[in-house]
Design a protein around this ligand. Structure first.
Ligand SMILES: [Zn+2]
Length: 86
């Protein structure tokens, strides 16, 4: 019996951090780190309005949900832009 192709793909057991291990298809490691790994350090998505926070992706979700901070930063940014228009 011929084995399906996917069973032939070698799986790499990768130590992502000291706390967790994930099994990732070989060749997908870079993609994983860049786009989904919870231990990758990422910039806040509100960096364009002045937030300079950088932290692990798993902590960023909570950070980005802090609406009051972003309302404040947005108002500052609007103020900054309106001064630029005068
Ligand atoms: Zn932020």
């Amino acid at each position: 019996m011929t084995r399906p192709l996917y069973t032939k793909i070698l799986m790499t057991r990768l130590l992502v951090s000291t706390k967790t291990t994930l099994t990732i298809e070989r060749g997908r490691v870079q993609d994983h780190v860049a786009s989904e790994c919870v231990y990758t350090i990422v910039s806040c998505k509100y960096s364009n309005i002045g937030c300079t926070e950088k932290m692990k992706r798993k902590d960023m979700k909570d950070h980005e949900e802090d609406d009051k901070v972003y309302l404040h930063l947005s108002l500052e940014k609007i103020h900054e832009l309106s001064i630029g228009l005068e």
